[in-house]
Design a protein around this ligand. Structure first.
Ligand code: ZN
Length: 606
């Protein structure tokens, strides 16, 4: 804990440093690192939004339903142990003579195990469900009996990827599910894995194991530091700090820290995920260049993002001003690797928001949430999963051809994290980042406080809050006012707040709160058009607040910008625009089923 005076000193030092130079290279002493906003515990937030809750309940139930033997099978097989029970199949399965050209069953055995254990631990912290904790403890013990160098040998194309995810599952088991053996199992895992890993961050497409084919160059050792630093911070031991440093990807990070754009050609999801390692390096080591790396990379990523917030068509980051993003609208249906990409994006923007308190990171998180992963098709019991969002002019929401792919590992983690993405806090009060029906509880100067939010946002502009401290108490509530929310307003107990409510800021209400005080936030959901890039200004997506409205059409019709901007809301989650050939239905991603749609339309006049 730090005092308020310390905190303010650090914060001002940090702000002064940033404004003085875009790319500071100095190393901050640990005591100088400005305190980031704190996350809430998973159990402090209850999400009541039906869309969000359903995704959590579905993924949680699915993970509980998977048989222990099936989950352990590839570990046991690769360790040469007897392996009873059914194959899960798909990418999860171990096939000794797997042909990588198929990208199909056998591609990444057991790669999602650690993510699933992590998601179960987070779900346990949210629900307190004993069956979930029992399963976590059972799986970790059964897994511990299989730990073997063979798992990281030539049998495995993704030893670093698997190790990274196992670390995540074990540290979450320790801190969220209270598994008393998790760190012992983590030590065994680390002792066994490390001799088989490359010793430093090896980029995608670089060979480091002799006698292997191309498929062995797709491992992701450069994403490891985030979980290693977290392991160190959560008390797993000093070695994890040293390992975190050892695997930092300087080839990737160093140019970015100076604002040089080196994203083009890199594998999209894993390199955005690696930016969370840069943020953990900053938070753990105090070296501000790692913060600059992540901040600059985020800005460069924004330049090549779709209106939905997604990025990386065909899983590849693009050169600036190349026209690649626009040409992908006809060139591919693999527009954005959705659950993995959204998971990486949420972590990155949460770190950046916590450190900078800049609400544009919350804006970005919100856009990504509503327009991509919240509308993901649910994982099926046979492993069919939603993988790519499709922004082609002839788009469809479909399951991947692959069962149990990487995205079946990240979707359950995404679903558990909506609550901790919604609220953050500092000593003076709470920051409301997302507008999701939910409630949060905390202790403020010895008083118990609850804050509840309700409403149909973003399908309606009004968000209602009730705050109840156990005794009248002064503290701050901060509300993110999105950059697009011109005309936003706030009232407390029916009285308009007189301070200006500025889009692109947090509106700060610091006052004495008493039981059942009511706050109403109005965020006008005005329509606007966003071009796919500067060279294709006539290729636009229609947005209403944070939502992209997808045109339900097999063949995009002739339409003007005026017609799109006049689209009317004709149902709860249903819009309609006039076109040359008649009315056209428009839906948010969460309401899209199997209809053909187009994300972008070419308008005749702007
Ligand atoms: Zn994926």
């Amino acid at each position: 804990m730090i005092s308020r005076r310390d905190f303010l000193q650090r914060a001002s030092l940090f702000t002064a440093g940033l404004s003085a130079s875009g790319s500071l290279s100095r190393i901050l002493a640990a005591s100088e690192i400005p305190a980031p906003l704190n996350e809430f515990g998973y159990g402090d937030v209850a999400v009541t939004s039906e869309l969000h809750r359903r995704q959590l309940e579905e993924t949680h139930a699915l993970l509980l339903s998977l048989s222990d033997d099936s989950l352990l099978k590839p570990f046991r097989q690769m360790a040469g142990q007897s392996a009873p029970g059914q194959e899960l199949g798909g990418w999860y399965q171990y096939i000794p003579d797997y042909d990588w050209h198929t990208f199909d069953a056998g591609f990444a055995p057991a790669a999602t195990f650690g993510q699933w254990v992590s998601a179960l631990a987070r779900a346990y912290a949210i629900t307190g469900d004993r069956t979930t904790r029992d399963k976590i403890l059972r799986l970790n013990r059964l897994y511990a009996q299989t730990i073997s160098g063979d798992f990281y040998s030539i049998k495995n194309r993704f030893p670093a990827y698997c190790y990274d995810k196992l670390v995540c599952g074990l540290i979450d088991s320790h801190s969220l599910a209270g598994d008393p053996d998790a760190y012992r199992i983590l030590e065994q895992t680390t002792d066994t894995a490390i001799p088989h890993l490359p010793g430093k961050a090896i980029e995608h497409d670089h060979s480091w194991r002799p006698g292997t084919d191309e498929s062995y160059t797709w491992d992701e050792s450069y994403t490891m530091p985030e979980n290693l630093f977290l392991a160190y911070q959560r008390g797993a031991g000093e070695r994890y700090r040293a390992l975190g440093i050892q695997y930092l990807d300087h080839d990737y990070f160093d140019p970015l820290s100076e604002g040089r754009n080196n994203l083009a050609g890199r594998h999209a999801y894993s390199h955005v995920n690696a930016l969370s390692s840069a943020m953990q390096a900053y938070l753990t080591l105090g070296e501000i260049r790692y913060f600059n790396t992540a901040r600059n990379a985020f800005d460069l990523l924004q330049e090549q993002s779709f209106a939905t917030g997604g990025w990386g068509p065909d899983e590849t980051l693009r050169a600036p001003n190349s026209g690649d993003v626009a040409s992908s609208l006809t060139g591919t249906h693999h527009s954005f690797e959705t659950p993995c990409g959204a998971y990486a994006h949420f972590k990155l923007t949460r770190y950046l928001l916590r450190v900078t308190r800049d609400p544009r990171y919350g804006d970005s998180m919100e856009r990504m949430m509503y327009n991509t992963v919240l509308g993901a098709k649910p994982i099926q019991p046979d492993g069919r999963s939603f993988y790519y969002s499709d922004y082609n002019f002839q788009g469809k929401k479909v399951y991947s051809d692959h069962r149990w792919p990487c995205c079946s590992g990240t979707l359950p983690q995404v679903a558990t994290d909506y609550g901790i993405n919604t609220y953050l806090r500092d000593h003076s009060g709470v920051f409301v980042n997302l507008y999701i029906p939910s409630s949060v509880r905390w202790t403020q100067e010895g008083a118990e406080v609850s804050l509840t939010q309700k409403g149909a946002y973003p399908f309606d502009s009004l968000v209602k809050f009730a705050v109840t401290p156990s005794r009248p108490l002064e503290f701050a509530l901060n509300f993110r006012i999105p950059a697009w929310a011109q005309g936003a307003s706030i009232s407390v107990n029916g009285k308009p707040v007189t301070d200006p409510v500025s889009p692109g800021s947090f509106a700060r209400l610091r006052r004495q709160w008493k039981a059942n005080d009511q706050i109403e936030l109005e965020l006008p959901l005005k329509s606007r058009l966003e071009s796919v890039d500067a060279r294709n200004r006539e290729t636009v997506a229609l947005m209403a607040g944070p939502l992209v409205l997808f045109a339900i059409t097999e063949k995009p019709p002739a339409v003007t910008s005026r017609q799109l901007l006049s689209a009317k809301k004709v149902g709860e989650q249903n819009w309609q625009a006039e076109t040359a050939t008649g009315p056209m239905k428009m839906l948010p991603f969460t309401a899209l089923a199997d209809q053909p749609y187009s994300t972008y339309l070419r308008v005749q006049t702007l």
